[in-house]
Design a protein around this ligand. Structure first.
Ligand code: NAP
Length: 241
């Protein structure tokens, strides 16, 4: 039976690859993004159905859920990124800028996840799966982005306890450095790339497919007893022991 899959942030590197794979295995897939041009270009590659939506806006999320209609079997909260990317490394930031960075990153990564999940959960049937997307940055939590992703991981565990009795799993996939994505906005230096690769055990950058396949597993029938977890996809750059 084809599953109904909703992927927010499905117009980017990891989300687009996940959407392509879900379509390939026969799922009915809706992807969202805020930038219509980027979204339309991405569905030409993935074959998913596009819906323009800013997941930080409650009214747009309500419209999205009406548009998707009925029950979603798999929700993947991929939408996100470091909204403070341009301000990194400022020695004496203005407090207005600090406030703006924290608000924006919490909105982009946490609020969006909470709003879309809350809107979808009511109709989700037993057997449903929610997969949130965190980041290796959560392990250091020294930036507004890292803290926002750490909060996503914490909320994942709490929500799992709440909806587990309904037969719904909730997990978080936490990527390390993944190349071929828009995350670094084309501004990753060769030195930084080399340092990120060197931090891994397998001495390579992650690929969108590495994360997409992990999400697919967590949403599969074989993973029904895995819930409330953060699963790391980082080549060993961070280990849980
Ligand atoms: N690539 C990495 O190295 C890496 C590492 C750790 C975690 N992650 C996480 O993986 C997820 C997917 O990111 P990606 O690597 O595939 O990057 P990407 O290619 O930039 O894709 C990001 C997706 O999220 C949407 N989005 C919504 N708000 C955004 C914002 N403020 N900044 C950037 N994109 C935003 C984008 O579409 P619109 O902008 O049109 O809405 C796009 O569909 C994100 O949650 C990211 O935090 C990535």
């Amino acid at each position: 039976m084809p599953r109904d899959v909703l992927i927010t942030g499905g117009s980017g590197g990891i989300g687009q690859e996940l959407a392509r794979r879900c379509v390939e295995i026969g799922d009915r897939v809706v992807v969202t993004g805020r930038d219509e041009g980027r979204l339309v270009a991405s569905v030409e590659r993935s074959g998913a159905r596009p819906v323009v939506c800013d997941p930080t806006r409650p009214e747009e999320v309500e419209t999205l859920v009406r548009d998707v209609g009925g029950s979603v079997d798999v929700l993947v909260n991929m939408s996100g990124g470091n909204a403070d990317f341009d301000r990194q490394g400022v020695d004496h930031p203005r407090l207005d800028d600090v406030a703006d960075a924290w608000r924006t990153n919490l909105d982009t990564n946490l609020r969006s996840t909470v709003l879309v999940t809350t809107a979808v959960l009511g109709e989700m049937r037993p057997g449903g799966a929610v997969v949130n997307v965190g980041s290796i940055g959560a392990e250091y939590a020294s930036t507004s982005y890292g803290v926002a992703k750490a909060a996503v991981q914490a909320w994942t565990a709490g929500l799992s306890r709440e909806v587990g009795p309904r037969g719904i799993t909730v997990n978080c996939v936490s990527p390390g450095y993944i190349e071929d994505t828009g995350y670094f906005k084309g501004r990753l230096t060769p030195q930084r790339h080399a340092a990120l690769v060197n931090a891994t055990h397998d001495k390579r950058a992650g690929l969108p497919a590495d994360v997409a396949e992990t999400v697919l597993f967590l949403a599969s029938a074989g993973a029904r007893h895995i819930t409330g977890q953060t699963v790391h996809v980082n080549g060993g750059a961070f280990t849980t022991r």
